[in-house]
Design a protein around this ligand. Structure first.
Ligand code: TMP
Length: 208
């Protein structure tokens, strides 16, 4: 069976960690080979870039930030994602290029056309087979972030930043419905988990 590239994305506070655990359990239960990885990160260079970009003390303009996201992504694709897929292993990435469109394009207002140029340069036509978008009202996500205590460079942004970020995620998901599943992450945890299990089962042609 052809391995799949699956991404999980959404604004900070949308509940990615809990749902990654659901996904891990699903792959285990179905005995399917899988590699879980994340962006920015997933390689030694990528993790160093991550540390730099998430540090509240780092000062970077939006172009520098975007180039670093794609630098990390290039290495991630070459060193981790493509080799895993080539060896028959499914890959789940905690965030991918949608996050650049949403955060740097939406949040920081970089023209989306600039991001499309870098996307083509780094990925060519490579895209996820399935993107699970966790969507949540700002009132809920902001409350969760406030409860989490210390915040990274992105989590410190204001509500308007995350409103713009959320809108770009939603508009991309609505524009390419065959690739995306929008998941209402404000529903009870069990309901969200069942929706994710069903989406994976549909992709793999298996029972949930
Ligand atoms: P997280 O993995 O804990 O969600 O943290 C990663 C942060 O980096 C998150 O706030 C979103 C942000 N980010 C971008 O701004 N652009 C990107 O392209 C990616 C992958 C992440």
């Amino acid at each position: 069976m052809k391995p799949f590239f699956i991404t999980l994305d959404g604004i900070d506070g949308a509940g990615k960690s809990t749902n990654l655990a659901t996904m891990r359990a699903w792959f285990e239960a179905h005995a399917l080979p899988v590699l879980f990885t994340r962006e920015p990160g997933g390689t030694p260079i990528g993790e160093a870039i991550r540390q730099l970009l998430l540090d509240p003390a780092t000062e970077a303009n939006v172009r520098t930030e975007t180039l670093l996201m794609f630098a990390a992504r290039q290495q991630h694709l070459d060193e981790v994602i493509r080799p895993a897929l080539a060896s028959g292993v499914n890959v789940v990435s905690d965030r991918f290029t949608d996050a650049t469109f949403a955060y740097q394009g939406g949040g920081r207002c970089l023209p989306l056309a600039d991001i499309e140029i870098l996307e083509k340069w780094v990925q060519h036509s490579f895209q996820p087979d399935l993107t699970l978008l966790l969507d949540i009202p700002l009132a809920v996500s902001m409350q969760r972030l406030a409860q989490n205590g210390s915040q990274d460079r992105f989590e410190q942004e204001d509500r308007a930043f995350f409103e713009r970020t959320r809108q770009i995620y939603l508009s991309r998901a609505q524009a390419y419905p065959s690739q995306y599943r929008i998941i209402d992450s404000s529903q009870p945890m069990n309901t969200v988990a069942r929706t994710i299990q069903a989406a994976l089962a549909h992709l793999f042609g298996q029972d949930a």
